[in-house]
Ligand binder design. Sequence first.
Ligand SMILES: Nc1ncnc2c1ncn2[C@@H]1O[C@H](COP(=O)(O)OP(=O)(O)OP(=O)(O)O)[C@@H](O)[C@H]1O
Ligand SMILES: [Mg+2]
Length: 568
Amino acid sequence: GGRLLGALGLGSLALGSAVGLMATSGWLISRASQQPPVLYLMVAVTATRAFGIGRAVFRYAERLVSHDAVLRMLADTRVAVYRRLERLAPAGLRGTRRGDLLTRLVADVDAFQDYWLRWLLPAGVALTVSAASVGFTAWLLPEAGAVLAAGLLASGAGVPLLTATAARRTERRLAPARGVLATRVTDLLTGTAELTVSGALPARTDAVRRADGALTRIAARAAAVTGLGDGLTALVSGLTVTGTAAFGAQAVAAGRLSGVAMAVVVLTPLAAFEAVLGLPLAARYRQRVRRSAERVYEVLDAPEPVREPVAPRQAPASPFPVVVKGVTARYAGQRREALAGLDLTLEEGRRVAVVGASGSGKTTLAQVLLRFLDPEAGSYTLAGVDACALDGDDVRRFVGLCAQDAHLFDSSVRENLLLARKDATEADLRAALDRARLLDWVDALPDGLDTLVGEHGARLSGGQRQRLALARALLAGFPVLVLDEPAEHLDLPTADALTADLLAATEGRTTLLITHRLAGLDAVDEVIVLDAGRVVQRGPYERLVTEDGPLWEMARREAEAESWVAVG
Ligand SMILES: Nc1ncnc2c1ncn2[C@@H]1O[C@H](COP(=O)(O)OP(=O)(O)OP(=O)(O)O)[C@@H](O)[C@H]1O
Ligand SMILES: [Mg+2]
């Protein structure tokens, strides 16, 4: 706030110096033509010099101060948006696209700086300097002051209003168009392989070209409007100077104004128009920023999938027993509940498997357990303490997730593991890799633990990727570990081998294994079968496969599919 006011003051001084320079030079030239003793001119000569230097120095200082202030503010906004995205991302952002999110975080937040630097500051400076110029001119010759006031008003308020109206539609389309282009480009870059295979690459490239074309057309129309504004301002400025000159000449003829002052009356307006020259553009920045601001606030004001307690309760020493009772959960804006009336108890060391068709609510259960999604009804307690009364991060220290699409960072194996535990020793890392059955592979690599995994783990096979994610989750040593379909996307033998290894690695540790394969589930204590968010069957695997029911049906279909694979 203070910094911006300082910038406003400095900016006004810079522009004021320009006007002062013009006025004193005008006076100096006309006075000099009368050839007075040089001494009479000394003050004006010095003033001209001071204004000339002041203009540059003040402009420089204003840029320095205003950018410093705005960049600070921008950093704060970006952090706020990022924090918000971090809170929303796990359960609340499926409707927003990645490229678009990136534009919101970068370009739209950047546009905020234009609000201060290109709208508020120029407008404030223009107002201050215009008022001072009008006051000064009116003091010399009231009717010239009135003409100047009218001219400045016309070009400072009228022209911007006109161009803003002309450009309204264009400006509103600019930010979304930028988002579309970014989305299309990221789609194209991340999906090049799939698009090439499916022959859709030319069509997608065309789509990018079209998005780019749309953006170019918007820019061209914006430029045309800017040109119009500049032309109108020049016209008004010419008329104003002519007007003041006419009134000045009359006043000189009537003896009310000295000839020397007449130069000042004519030249001051000429310089004063510099103040309003940029206002049409400034007004358009205001429009443009408004759309960007809306987009940023859409993120900042999105409904939270999780409400954090105002005063979180002290976390219990141990989370056991973890009890979920009658939990119903729904995603924002969905009519159907994703989870309905679910009960689940996790005692220390107990392992439970959740199976069910795609969309049956398995991942949703994981989201609830990690407090990425608040239950609509029912209770979720850790050692008897309501999980909603705890800080979400405390809950996530107890309950860890190895996600369905666990993210690997474009870095080394070591760095990806250390993410789970910063202070892990080499021995810890190796032990975790060993339990995920990845150690032999890592040891055979020339760079060992320092092998780079590529973007999203692209240099690893699907199985290695999942095992690395598993090793990371094991290393973190969560009291409760939720594994969401760790074997998804793998061929059946690899999937079953991974599941077997994973069940061996989690022996004696509290685990919730989400899976769509039944192989190996005889090792867990309880199997829960979900269908459309409801538990349709539960109990030990041995019992469920023998009794007539959903699990038996799943086992039959799985065996059938496998025999098909074997035949094929
Ligand atoms: N962020 C979301 N917004 C809206 N609806 C969602 C969201 N996530 C999931 N759903 C819906 O909730 C239901 C349960 O989804 P969930 O992801 O829990 O299924 P799942 O059992 O994990 O399926 P899969 O085996 O395919 O991973 C589905 O109908 C799904 O469309
Ligand atoms: Mg899922």
